[in-house]
Design a protein around this ligand. Structure first.
Ligand code: ADE
Length: 219
């Protein structure tokens, strides 16, 4: 799978790209690339934004700037990724959407900045708009990281243990429920005990207990 992120702050992603699970996914064949709007802007002086028509505070990321970045990235190679604008008003990210995205061979995430992004980006250039929650971030970069993280951990090889992402919170394996509680050593700490069933060695009882706990949390 290939994931491209368009941003005005590619350096934000340096730390993220160095994380173990991200490097693992890349070593297993995932591609993660970053594109800087400023490097492909058709405007002079690296301009990428402009004042909003109709007045108002702040600056708006221009449609021609985003279009130029996408064309430069894809036109020559004829790639046609699913283009996703990150915006607080988009479709809310959940595990079902993450599964949908991980099934795509190629996605592009457009981060916005300033007051917003010219609406024609959403209308004409993006296939989807995605939000990571009902709050406003200073830009789409953190949202892009959240999307990349939820998607990438579903790719083979990202997590150390193959089943880690299969049976996690909100997954199909848990029928969309939050995950069951986890415990590790010590079995008793300050009098706080690990449930007996987990120490029983009875796998079937453990499985049933976990399923019941996940259902309870969902309720
Ligand atoms: N950009 C700013 N806020 C955002 C949010 N909540 N989700 C996605 N992109 C955003």
């Amino acid at each position: 799978m290939r994931i491209d992120v368009f941003t005005l702050f590619p350096e934000w992603f340096e730390w993220f790209s160095g994380q173990h699970h991200v490097r693992n996914a890349i070593e297993h064949g995932a591609e993660l690339r970053f594109f800087h709007y400023r490097e492909t802007t058709p405007l002079t002086g690296g301009q990428v934004d402009d004042a909003p028509y109709g007045g108002g505070a702040g600056m708006v990321l221009r449609v021609d700037v985003v279009d130029a970045a996408l064309r430069r990235a894809y036109e020559a190679e004829g790639a046609s990724p699913r283009v996703i604008l990150l915006t607080p008003g988009g479709r809310r990210l959940d595990d079902a959407l993450a599964r949908e995205l991980v099934a795509e061979p190629h996605i592009s995430l457009l981060s916005g900045r300033y007051e917003g992004v010219d609406e024609r980006v959403r209308e004409r250039l993006a296939d989807d708009a995605v939000s990571i929650g009902p709050y406003v971030l200073s830009g789409g970069e953190l949202a892009a990281m959240v999307v990349v993280d939820t998607v990438i951990r579903k790719l083979p090889g990202a997590l150390g243990h193959a089943d880690s992402a299969v049976e996690e919170s909100f997954s199909e394996a848990l029928e969309g429920a939050p995950e069951y509680p986890h415990y590790t050593r010590p079995a008793v700490y300050r009098g706080w005990k690990v449930p007996d069933v987990l120490l029983s060695g009875d796998h079937e009882r453990v499985r049933r207990w976990r399923a019941e706990q996940a259902r309870r949390r969902a309720r």
